[in-house]
Design a protein around this ligand. Structure first.
Ligand code: SAM
Length: 331
């Protein structure tokens, strides 16, 4: 039953964007004035559960809910609770999510109760004014309360920060000390040219090779083989005793070990974050009560998974490499 793509990679990781909506408008992610999908185009939570369950039957072992902001989807905990049966049965090794943290105070305890062990919280700065500026709509104190609630509930929290030139590059050492001091790993991410935004990405883009070189002037970084199933490459930081991850879609392509596909809230499957090709799973899902049609559509899509992405950010390339925003497929 395993899903194996044309390059011999086994697909065992599904990321599901449960909504394209978000309660933030991060400047590198979205334009301020975004058009979102009409509610009628969304798969119901039952349909999302059914699709996820087909993927699990076909060999998915790790499932991450993302968005948009997954915790703003109405009744999202119903889906988490439903999916947790696959943890109990042992079919799924891990159920997790990526969140901006704004709703975590409400949901952290229930997530833990559903068997979620660790979550990623996106946080680009510890400065309240800068936080409000980068997210346009967000408030740092709410996110901090969310992180507190998550840790109090026993969830292992990893922070994700998009490295942005002249925004948080100088602050990242401090953020790392803070995260490690609270027992959280930190991963830094290169900004990717996805979707039209109001700013020029060339001004925001910070190659992580430069960030690493600058960190190495202050810290002892040792490469370690630690893996969480995602694309980050980790170092151990001697001075803080914590781990720092680097996700480098721009400067170092990690596609050779890609094990994942991405499902949107309309049932569209993207086989690569950085390519436009996609497969519609909603029609085969709705065409029959059985799962054969959708399973066949998944096989056909995996057979088209491309070798990798090729993102470009430079002054001559003004258009994004892919037209959709990150919020369509989630991070
Ligand atoms: N709302 C959730 C959150 O904030 O984590 C989940 C969705 S969000 C799109 C997932 C991650 O993608 C966040 O860490 C966000 O910072 C990151 N992101 C958004 N646009 C990006 C871009 N163009 N390049 C790199 N990372 C991006």
């Amino acid at each position: 039953m395993n899903m194996i793509d044309p390059f011999g990679r086994t697909i065992s990781y599904l990321r599901v964007s449960v909504t394209d909506r978000c309660d933030f408008r991060c400047t590198y992610c979205m334009a301020e004035d975004m058009a979102f999908l009409p509610k009628k185009d969304l798969l119901s939570l039952e349909e999302l559960d059914r699709l996820c369950s087909v993927f699990i039957e076909k060999g998915v072992r790790r499932l991450r809910l993302t968005g948009g902001e997954p915790l703003v989807r109405k009744n999202i905990m119903h889906l988490v609770r439903q999916l947790s049966r696959h943890l109990e049965s042992g079919a799924l090794e891990e159920l997790t999510l990526t969140t901006n943290g704004s709703q975590l105070s409400r949901f952290a305890a229930e997530l833990a109760d559903c068997g979620v062990k660790r979550i990623n919280v996106s946080l680009d700065t510890l400065d309240a004014d800068k936080f409000h500026a980068i997210t346009r709509w967000g408030h740092l104190d709410k996110v901090m309360a969310g992180i507190d609630a998550a840790q109090a509930a026993g969830l292992n929290v990893k922070l994700n920060a998009v490295a942005l030139k002249d925004f948080n590059d100088a602050e990242l050492p401090e953020m790392m000390r803070w995260a490690h001091g609270r027992g959280m790993d930190l991963t830094v991410i290169e900004t990717m040219p996805m979707g039209e935004i109001d700013a020029d990405r060339t001004d925001q883009y910070l190659p992580l090779s430069l960030l690493r070189a600058s960190l190495e002037r202050q810290f002892t970084l040792t490469d370690i083989p630690f893996k969480t199933g995602g694309p980050a490459r980790y170092v151990y930081v001697s001075e803080t005793g914590g781990k720092l991850g680097f996700i480098t879609p721009m400067t170092h392509n990690f596609c050779e070990s890609c094990n994942r596909v991405r499902l949107t809230c309309t049932g569209t499957l993207y086989m690569c974050l950085g390519q436009e090709d996609a497969a519609d799973l909603r029609a085969p899902l709705r065409a029959s009560e059985g799962n054969e049609l959708v399973a066949d559509a998944i096989d056909e899509a995996i057979g088209r998974k491309p070798k990798g992405h090729d993102f470009i950010i430079d002054r001559r390339t003004s258009r994004p490499s892919v037209s959709r925003h990150m919020s369509v497929t989630g991070g």
